[in-house]
Design a binder for this molecule. Structure first.
Ligand code: A2H
Length: 253
């Protein structure tokens, strides 16, 4: 972790009907799960959204009459970044557990799959980002390992009430070509470091470093209007396009 604030892109993932029970009271406004990412240019490859089943999330309203779901900690940061009506104040509409919104259908910006579903990831940290993570298994070893766990382990799906059709049809999408690592660099890295599951923390760390650095410096986009351009040249451009389309916002912590 560097010194000073870190800039994330918050991706607004719209909750579709039928709304989970705990969100039904807010159906007169658009409801978003907000995911913090460092890689806005990879949103073409989203296959699902990760939540931690045992973690608390809050439901609150932004100053633009939208409902956001994320950790209280992140909401408070957002309020200081002028995203709520009153700076530094979050009006908590509800506190919910991640497990209460597992299996929800979402529409997420730029994703080629629609809808995608909220699925459990047990390694999400409470003190980073929003506690909600968008999943790009083509380019993120953590996401690939966790998605593969759910695909391979029916009991894990059953434990959290996840239906097969929320997981099995979703395959990593080739979106960035990385020299030597190919067009599914996270899949390549998980194979090379022989990662068995999302709990292989040390090997996943090595895989992440390899994929993240090479992806940023040498990656070339394979899809969308910026196809053929280098990741480092389009990251900011794609972030700006999503912000202008009200699909994303900048978030610092
Ligand atoms: B990244 P950093 Cl394609 N707990 O987004 C665990 N992981 C979290 C998190 C939390 N509370 N909040 C965010 N993250 C993930 C895309 C991505 C990401 C790709 C490749 C690498 C990558 C799609 N998932 O991150 O410690 C989010 O996943 C590699 C580090 O602040 C976010 O960006 O550097 C990244 O970790 C932020 O982690």
């Amino acid at each position: 972790e560097g010194v000073g604030p870190m800039e994330y892109t918050l991706i607004k993932m719209k909750v579709c009907d039928p709304l989970p029970k705990v969100l039904q009271a807010y159906n007169n406004k658009p409801i978003y799960l907000v995911a913090a990412t460092l890689r806005p240019e990879t949103m073409y490859g989203q296959t699902n959204c990760w939540l931690r089943p045992d973690m608390d999330y809050i439901v609150f309203e932004t100053k633009f009459n939208e409902i956001f779901v994320c950790t209280y900690r992140a909401a408070l940061n957002m309020s200081f970044q002028k995203m709520t009506v009153e700076v530094g104040k979050v009006v908590v509409l509800a506190t919910i557990k991640g497990e209460q919104i597992l299996g929800a259908a979402l529409q997420s910006p730029l994703a080629s799959y629609s809808p995608i579903y909220t699925l459990p990831m047990l390694t999400i940290k409470e003190d980073k980002g929003t506690g909600i993570v968008t999943s790009v298994p083509s380019d993120s070893p953590d996401d690939y390992a966790a998605l593969r766990d759910l695909k391979n382990k029916a009991p894990l799906r059953e434990k959290y009430g996840i239906k097969d059709e929320m997981v099995l049809p979703f395959e990593p999408v080739p979106i960035v070509e990385v020299p030597e690592l190919g067009n599914l660099s996270a899949v390549y890295a998980c194979d090379r470091f022989k990662i068995q599951s999302q709990n292989d923390r040390d090997k996943l760390q090595e895989a992440k470093e390899l994929v993240y650095l090479k992806g940023f410096y040498d990656g070339v986009l394979l899809v969308g209007p910026h196809k053929g351009k280098k990741v480092q040249d389009v990251k900011k451009v794609i972030q700006k396009e999503m912000i202008e389309a009200a699909q994303a916002v900048i978030y610092m912590e």
